[in-house]
Design a protein around this ligand. Sequence first.
Ligand SMILES: C[S@@+](CC[C@H](N)C(=O)[O-])C[C@H]1O[C@@H](n2cnc3c(N)ncnc32)[C@H](O)[C@@H]1O
Length: 330
Amino acid sequence: MPLKKIRYHLKRQCGRVLNAVLRSAPVRSCLRTLRTERFVLFKYDQLAGEKIAKYQRRVSGQAPAAPTVKDHQRTTVDPGEVVNLRHDHVAEKILRPLLDSNHAVLEMGAGELTTLVPMARRLADLHLRFSAVDLSWSRVAHGSLFARESGVTIDRVGVGNALHLPFADNSFDLVYTSHCLEQIPLDLSRAAAELCRVSKKWVVCMEPSYELGHPAQRRRMREKHYARRLDKVFERLGYRLLRHELLPFDLSPDNRSALYLVDVTGAEAANNPQWACPHCRSGLHSMEHYLLCRDCGLVYPVLGGIPCLSPDNGIVASQYSELLPRLEQA
Ligand SMILES: C[S@@+](CC[C@H](N)C(=O)[O-])C[C@H]1O[C@@H](n2cnc3c(N)ncnc32)[C@H](O)[C@@H]1O
């Protein structure tokens, strides 16, 4: 057989074996525990809506008493009480001292907006401009409806990836996360760097803590393959933590979050929050149901008013704006 043919057959066989290995149950379960981006996206998109229902049951006092953490003490109380105390603490003791009237704030990994909406309510007197981004369309779509039903205005709600945020540098006065970075163990450093890139002043992360957690929490974080040692990540990026402490209120005694407060000041040029191409960060040209990046020739869909700006949402269609009117005429 000629060498070329042998090479061709070898390549095909290798491809088949690799495919079979990747699809096998043990490898699939390993990928799941590795918390890959695809696993996280499918998991959260499928459970969209559940978090709002849970939140409403809790704050209306319909959830049964459960083990929680109140004032750093493990106790069994109505979880709605702890949720409200935690939101009061985050709004008044963490965010408010960092903000001024009309500041722009982003929640990265906002899910169904069950943290952002209570924050917007508590800080309403500051007239803040809120934006929310998450990997899952279904979650932010539920979140938009929840905000609307709660009478809260969120300026910008979109799909985006923490590793390629769809905003120009220094677009927000404050960027925060609440239990989002825990889901990005494989790229924690890159996600943290992105948060610092789009903020002109403050980055606030409220994430489960390995370094401040007790042994059972550390074991749980290892088993669930949660991201660990965010303190070291910021340090390696060259930032000093201004606050690094456990939050006094938590729903789960074995999943306590810590506050990581970082001052990223140093921005020369500040930008206003506006959607940008996640690849090249240029501004996007808005068309009906689409956003177009003229520099990359990529078109991003807008589904139900929600821009989809994860890097892989972009469709290569550099001539879209010229061809669409002609196609529609036909
Ligand atoms: C545990 S939920 C927390 C949601 C919300 N922050 C809250 O306080 O309820 C984690 C969220 O992070 C989002 N997420 C995970 N990885 C992400 C990524 N790479 N980019 C954007 N969002 C991500 C998930 O889709 C999910 O909605």
